[in-house]
Ligand binder design. Structure first.
Ligand code: XUL
Ligand code: CO
Length: 439
């Protein structure tokens, strides 16, 4: 059955097109820098927002119909698969991401829930064989049900920890079954509301224990992809343990998990942590931990995770600049962890919002690639650090200079203010504008 009869496969029509159901910048099969755009971007659909999110918020019920014409949960889960594959094919999106419970809900016992999930993953697997569409990553929804009110791996209840492990085991099996190249831990309620009731040390040790078990089990069933942590500083808990990339790196190294885990960086989570999206990507990249991206944007005037479709070209440009510098995606990709606004409730809005996001990233990629080819930014940065490739700078880097040698050098040299040059921030910003607006 076709769910979106009025919408055909979205064509690429170029920047002068005014057709709202056409790409202006994303041309999936265009070869740029020696690679098809679809393989550079690796766009993914998020099953939770697109197939399940109906606009429900704290102040009101849903505005969009996401029943897919079915009231029975099992029939709806199957209809969701058909609708998702139709959306992906019409939008030239090659990947999807899922939580176990987005695919199939809970049915009372874990045994029944797992059996129903198997039916849905069998169905998806068959559709994948037919269409060639792929799974980017999977995860377990260990934050929704009341049993997770105090966390999953960080719950004070060992029974909840055990339940979470069982759920994650099954989610890993489902991810492997669907050929996913990533498995995400987003610490939905892995944090605290007050330290008055919290044993932080035990909770962190337990979170690491659960991840270690997941790695061991995942590898034992043939999962060769990357495990990811998706940092977020707050929401739903006041303080989430995976606050930002730097915090997570410290955690991974403390517990010896850094060989198996990389980052899944989400733009809106970065800004919630008072960082830019680019900052988080750069911290991940410079620590060899860049993995995947949850593409969205927040609203600078709102203090929460609005999960908007990304349309800010400066942000997508600087994001793709980091992705190129990281050598591009390997197991990761650009997952639209984004939802149309509650007021954008019609089926067409699903397509308009994905087109907006995909075009913004295609433009961002082209701008970033041009910025690197242009070379002005890179050569400015390398000139700025030129003192490290000769003389005393080289001695410091090579370990030749100790404190006494540096004191001797400084005493002989005298005042050093004259050795520094302007940071030229405004000039550099104008170069970025020049490149973006000359595409
Ligand atoms: C929540 C969030 C999640 C993760 C997956 O803020 O981003 O959807 O991406 O659990
Ligand atoms: Co996310």
């Amino acid at each position: 059955m076709e769910f979106f009869k009025n919408i055909c496969k979205i064509p690429y029509e170029g920047k002068d097109s005014t057709n709202p159901l056409a790409f202006k910048y994303y041309n999936p099969d265009e070869v740029v820098d020696g690679k098809k755009m679809r393989d550079i971007m690796k766009f993914a659909l998020s099953w939770w927002h697109t197939m399940g999110g109906d606009g429900t918020d704290m102040f009101g019920c849903g505005t969009a119909d996401k029943t897919w014409g079915e009231n029975d949960p099992a029939a709806r889960a199957k209809a969701k698969v058909d609708a998702a594959f139709e959306i992906m094919q019409k939008l030239s999106i090659d990947y999807f991401c899922f939580h176990d419970r987005d695919l199939s809900p809970e049915y009372g016992s874990l045994k029944d829930t797992n059996a129903q999930l198997d039916i849905v993953t069998d169905y998806i697997k068959a559709k994948q064989a037919e269409t060639g569409l792929k799974c980017l990553w999977g995860t377990a929804k260990c934050f929704d049900h009341p049993r997770f009110m105090h966390g999953a791996g960080t719950s004070p209840s060992a029974d909840v920890f055990a339940f979470s492990a069982a759920q994650i085991k099954k989610a890993l099996e489902s991810t492997v079954k669907l050929g996913g190249t990533g498995y995400v831990f987003w610490g939905g309620r892995e944090g605290y509301e007050t330290l008055l009731n919290t044993n932080m040390g035990l909770e962190l040790d337990n979170m690491a224990r659960l991840m270690k078990m997941a790695v061991e089990y995942g590898r034992s069933i043939g999962f060769k992809g990357d495990f990811y942590i998706e940092p977020k500083p707050k929401e739903p808990t006041k303080h989430q343990y995976d606050f930002d990339t730097a915090t997570v790196l410290g955690f991974l190294r403390k517990y010896g998990l850094d060989k198996d885990f990389k980052m899944n960086i989400e733009a809106n989570h970065a800004t919630l942590a008072q960082h830019t999206f680019q900052h988080e990507l750069c911290v991940a990249r410079t620590n060899g931990a860049f993995g995947s991206i949850d593409a969205n944007q927040g609203d600078p005037l709102l203090g929460w995770d609005t999960d908007q479709f990304p349309t800010n070209i400066y942000d997508t440009t600087m994001c793709m600049y980091e992705v190129i510098k990281a050598g591009g995606f390997t197991n990761g990709g650009l997952n639209f962890d984004a939802k149309a606004r509650r007021g954008s409730f019609t089926p067409e809005d699903i397509f308009y919002s994905y087109i907006a996001g995909m075009d913004a990233f295609a433009l961002g990629y082209k701008a970033a690639s041009k910025l690197i080819a242009d070379g002005r930014i890179d050569s400015f940065i390398s000139d700025r650090y030129a003192s490290w490739s000769e003389g005393i700078g080289l001695d410091i880097i090579s370990g030749k200079a100790d404190m006494a040698a540096l004191e001797k050098y400084a005493l002989a040299k005298g005042e050093v203010t004259a050795s520094i040059s302007s940071g030229r921030q405004e000039l550099l910003e104008s170069i970025v504008n020049n490149v973006i607006f000359n595409l």
